[in-house]
Ligand binder design. Structure first.
Ligand code: IPE
Ligand code: IPE
Ligand code: MG
Length: 268
């Protein structure tokens, strides 16, 4: 198994670069439709178009991981007809888009509790993941019936099931392989569209040190220019991971001692 740094808090990514991992809460579909006197579900439909454009942009920018929140474990509380529209939209999207993802060397992953989805959707998810499993350009992870608390609870239970003797002593590193994003580095940049400034139970564990970006733009109106703006904002941040500003300058000079040799300079 490829081992990623157990936590971004150990290694400081190069801020000048495009983020390796972008996580997005795609919010504001309903309001986008309402503003246009259309039913809410039309906003979801347009939201799929936005997702397609953002995936394409991330692929072009060489972002390695894009993780999007499509349906939260709390979204079952919505009116039954909206929930069932979202389920059929998800199925249609998989049926239509998976081949295109594959042609573009994109790996599809779905995280969340699948037990509540119907068999057809479950099958389609599994087939999409299987077909694209060995693709290497971008990993697109869709969070569906996902909740950050569910993720942590599920991981703890699975870990203790495998290693009951760790109950009193387990560490972050013991838990890491059981979390649903265990094969990816933690997100560098989190984007939430739609104006709300909250996490809504998305990736609670993994967002610990992620740079947060909120925009009022509603998801169906989010475009390449908006994505570039979010990345530019990220590139202006200073990621300190608990250290002081002064330490960062010093650490750049002595990064070899502190973090090991930086990647790409092994033979320098
Ligand atoms: C996000 O848009 C999509 C889902 C939660 C499925 P919303 O449907 O939450 O749109 P608003 O927030 O009501 O505008
Ligand atoms: C969060 O959006 C979940 C998704 C975008 C899938 P919501 O619109 O459901 O979030 P809250 O309820 O306003 O926090
Ligand atoms: Mg919303």
């Amino acid at each position: 198994m490829t081992r990623f740094p157990p936590s971004s808090t150990r290694i400081i990514p190069d801020i000048a670069c495009v983020p390796r991992h972008i996580a997005i809460i795609m919010d504001g579909n309903g309001r986008w439709a309402k503003q246009r006197f259309m039913p809410r579900v039309m906003g979801h439909q347009r939201g799929v178009e936005t997702l397609r454009d953002v995936v394409k942009a991330c692929r072009e920018l060489n972002v390695e991981y894009l993780t999007v929140f499509a349906f939260s474990s709390e979204n079952w509380r919505r009116p039954a007809d909206e929930v069932s529209f979202l389920m059929s939209l998800f199925l249609k999207m998989l049926e239509r888009e998976v081949v295109k993802l594959h042609e573009n060397n994109i790996r599809l992953k779905i995280i969340g509790d699948r037990s509540r989805f119907d068999d057809k959707l479950k099958k389609s998810m599994q087939e999409g993941e299987q077909l694209t499993a060995n693709n290497t350009a971008l990993t697109l992870t869709i969070a569906a019936n996902y909740g950050g608390r569910w993720d942590v609870m599920y991981a703890v239970k699975a870990m203790l099931n495998d290693h009951p003797h760790l109950a009193q002593t387990f560490t972050e590193e013991d838990l890491q392989p059981y979390l649903s994003m265990s094969d990816a580095p933690e997100p560098d940049l989190f984007i939430r569209t739609g104006g709300e400034q909250r996490i809504s139970n998305f990736m609670l564990w993994q967002l610990a040190y992620t740079e947060l970006y909120f925009t009022d733009t509603l998801w169906p109106s989010f475009d390449r220019k908006e994505l570039d703006k979010a990345i530019a904002s990220y590139q202006k941040r200073e990621r300190r991971f608990g250290r002081t500003s002064e330490q960062l300058t010093r650490e750049q000079l002595t990064s070899e001692q502190l973090f090991g040799q930086p990647e790409g300079e092994q033979n320098a």
